[in-house]
Design a protein around this ligand. Structure first.
Ligand code: ADP
Ligand code: MG
Length: 237
């Protein structure tokens, strides 16, 4: 890879499309061209229905594109088997959703350990990392509480720890503060920022809140399944 000073490309899409249904097709993504470099901290913003979640799910290999190219580290992921995709997802990606989606019958620590179990990567070292992450996000004294015993903001922090436990290259967060009050939102956002500064993780944060997106280094605006504006592109990099 040639060294230009900029971080290497992590993912690159070309004419990426997603169509739902065939009788009455919904063109949710209409040809997305996007490059994300390792270590970026960016947001995807747009009104409800503009395709933000669809884009996140396609980029996160949770949903198949209808057409176009999606390369990870130069490799065409569209050609990967389901097994390859899920291994890549488990090893290299973390997800935070609007609803924390923690398993209610498990403690905070067990929830954070779950991706390690699934990826058969649970050992003393990774288990220590899970505990360290929970301490780091201010839940050192809540590790053995279940989601029902924690507040919305605390649960979202646990979900963030879960997304980070496998040391992913990229974290996708879909409206991570959407269910939180504004004070808790700011705290969760600041936590993401801190983690970004400390670790070499790429963050893609989907939001419809301008106040949140303005705090990221790059803002991609979606409208009707198309990129309407990309602040980085506007800078002419
Ligand atoms: N599973 C689905 N089946 C059919 N249409 C869908 C599905 N998911 C999303 N859509 C449609 O695709 C468009 C984009 O939706 P979405 O990506 O959820 O937008 P956003 O996250 O920006 O609110 C919308 O018109 C939505 O109704
Ligand atoms: Mg959405």
């Amino acid at each position: 890879m040639k060294s230009t000073g900029a971080n290497p490309e992590l993912l690159q899409t070309e004419s990426l499309t997603k169509v739902y249904g065939d009788v009455q097709p919904v063109y949710a993504l209409k040809g997305i061209n996007l490059t994300i470099r390792q270590g970026e901290f960016l947001s995807i913003i747009g009104p409800s229905g503009s395709g933000k979640s669809t884009l996140m799910n396609v980029l996160g290999l949770l949903d198949k594109p209808s057409g176009g190219s999606l390369k990870y580290l130069g490799e065409e992921s569209v050609l990967w088997s389901e097994g390859r995709k899920s291994r890549f997802r488990n090893a290299e990606m973390g997800f935070v959703f609007q609803a924390h989606m923690l398993l209610p019958e498990f403690t905070a620590l067990e929830n954070v350990l779950m991706p390690l179990r699934i990826g058969k990567a649970l050992n003393d070292k990774t288990a220590a990392k899970a505990q360290e992450l929970l301490k780091r996000i201010g839940l050192g004294d809540r590790m053995h509480h279940r989601p029902g015993q924690l507040s919305g903001g605390q649960n979202q922090r646990v979900a963030i720890a879960r997304a980070l436990v496998n040391t992913p290259k990229i974290v996708f967060a879909d409206e991570p503060t959407g269910a939180l009050d504004s004070q808790t939102s700011v705290a969760v956002y600041e936590l993401l920022r801190e983690i970004h500064q400390d670790e070499q993780v790429t963050f893609v944060i989907v939001t419809h809140e301008q106040a949140l997106s303005q705090k990221t280094d790059r803002v991609i605006s979606l409208l009707d399944g198309e990129i309407r504006e990309d602040s980085k592109r506007a800078e002419g990099r």
